[in-house]
Design a protein around this ligand. Structure first.
Ligand SMILES: Nc1ncnc2c1ncn2[C@@H]1O[C@H](COP(=O)(O)OP(=O)(O)OP(=O)(O)O)[C@@H](O)[C@H]1O
Ligand SMILES: CC(=O)N[C@H]1[C@@H]2OC[C@@H](O2)[C@@H](O)[C@@H]1O[C@H](C)C(=O)O
Length: 388
């Protein structure tokens, strides 16, 4: 009797705040390494159960170093060291839950994501880099680790993102419901699931969610805008919001992906002419409006019954109220209001992607990433003597 696959997903996102470690079980699916065919999604598709979830915040020095690396301020010697340092921190985050897991999937920290190089230095190669050395996690836990999920899609012509929609479809698609799963992390991204069909899935990064708001909060010496209070306290500079909404990334049709290198205060003309409270209010209004604009342009025309929001931005009532107003009458719910676990979502998704990669099954939706074909996203690092 083979037991149901138990998978540990490790996720550290663009907010660079810490690591989500999630242990899931896939009842009714083939055992890890047991071969077989990928289960087709039907109305009765087996879904993942979240067994455990732990969040480990980054220490301040590691967070500062990782943020500097995303901002181009780190030397290659520092990135080399950070790769192994983060590997150790990921292994520690995994430690408590790994004994029970057949497999670990680790996303790693995106330090740069360059799907559309701007030609600086005359370089045109598309590339992406997630660090957090998998060998360290293998050595410390004794488990096989799947990592480095984005490169295979990018070299097949895709954006290397978003990858979570593949798992969203397995977990949240429902016959007869046209639902968007929305993530408000550092960057904002959505997965549109028009019932069970794979063909109609649309997924892309809309632009900023919390990336700009967090930077504004740092001007006050904070880490983020707790409860959206700063965003609610200042005045919104509507003219600036209007100008920023004309950004070419926001107008470009999907598939598309973006990152912090594009969404930072330095790139918003006029922002530093405002006082700190008004910066917070204005970037909050802009970020919420950019999300609503993406729905109006690219999703609402296909028919939309509900938006379900995950990610830290769901805890910012100022952001959520503006989004709800801009999308009314379409209901905007949080994951928790739907009875789902929002904080486990991305780590659970990468656990599923890692499982597919380990089994040798394709695990991307090429029409959402823009790739020429689907790929097996994720590379395998194995412990000695695992026999897998
Ligand atoms: N109580 C809160 N009030 C306001 N904002 C919050 C609150 N809690 C979290 N956030 C916001 O959510 C952010 C973290 O979100 P999340 O953990 O979803 O991001 P991430 O997973 O790192 O990003 P991504 O999904 O883009 O990779 C914080 O940086 C902060 O801006
Ligand atoms: C390059 C990168 O790390 N992209 C992240 C980021 O965070 C949100 C958005 O931008 C999304 O495209 C992606 O992550 C999610 C988890 C994804 O691939 O689906």
């Amino acid at each position: 009797m083979t037991r149901a696959p138990r998978l540990l997903g490790l996720m550290n996102g663009t907010s660079v705040d810490g690591i989500d470690a999630v242990l899931i079980e896939l009842s009714g699916w083939p055992a890890v390494g047991g071969g077989g065919l990928a289960p087709e999604l039907t109305g009765l598709a087996p879904r993942a159960t979240v067994l455990e979830h732990r969040y480990t915040p980054f220490a301040d020095d590691l967070r500062a170093a990782l943020l500097a690396a995303t901002r181009d301020e780190a030397r290659t010697s520092e990135i080399t060291q950070l790769n192994f340092w983060l590997g150790e921190v990921l292994a520690e985050a995994a430690a408590e839950l790994s004994a029970d897991a057949d497999l670990i999937a680790s996303h790693g920290q995106t330090v740069h994501h360059i799907p559309a190089p701007d030609g600086t230095r005359g370089w045109h190669t598309r590339s992406t880099l997630q660090i957090g050395e998998a060998s360290v996690i293998v050595e410390r836990t004794g488990k096989p680790v799947v990592s480095d999920f984005r490169a295979p899609d990018m070299v097949a012509g895709g954006q290397g993102a978003p990858l979570v929609p593949f798992a969203d479809r397995l977990m949240y698609a429902e016959a007869g419901v046209r639902r968007a799963i929305h993530n408000l992390g550092g960057i904002s991204n959505l997965t549109y699931l028009p019932g069970l069909s794979e063909a109609g899935v649309i997924a892309f990064d809309t632009g900023p969610a919390n990336a700009l708001i967090d930077e504004a909060a740092e001007l006050f010496g904070g880490r983020f805008d707790e409860g959206g209070r700063m965003g609610a306290s200042g005045h919104v500079a509507e003219t600036l919001v209007h100008t920023w909404r004309r950004d070419e990334y926001l107008a470009a049709p999907p598939p598309k992906s973006t990152g912090r290198e594009r969404w930072n205060l330095q790139r918003l003309p006029g922002v530093f002419e405002l006082n700190a409270a008004d910066i917070a209010a204005t970037v909050t209004a802009f970020s919420a409006q950019s999300v609503a604009d993406a729905y109006q342009r690219f999703i609402v025309p296909h028919g939309l019954d509900e938006v379900v929001v995950a990610g830290g931005g769901a805890y910012n009532p100022t952001f959520m109220a503006q989004l709800r107003t801009a999308l009314a009458p379409i209901p905007v719910l949080t994951f928790e209001e739907r009875g789902w676990n929002s904080s486990a979502r991305e780590a659970a998704a990468f656990a599923i992607l890692g499982y597919y990669a380990f089994q040798g099954w394709r695990n991307t939706l090429p029409h959402t990433t823009g790739a020429r074909h689907s790929v097996i996203a994720g590379k395998l690092s194995r412990p000695a003597g695992s026999g897998d």
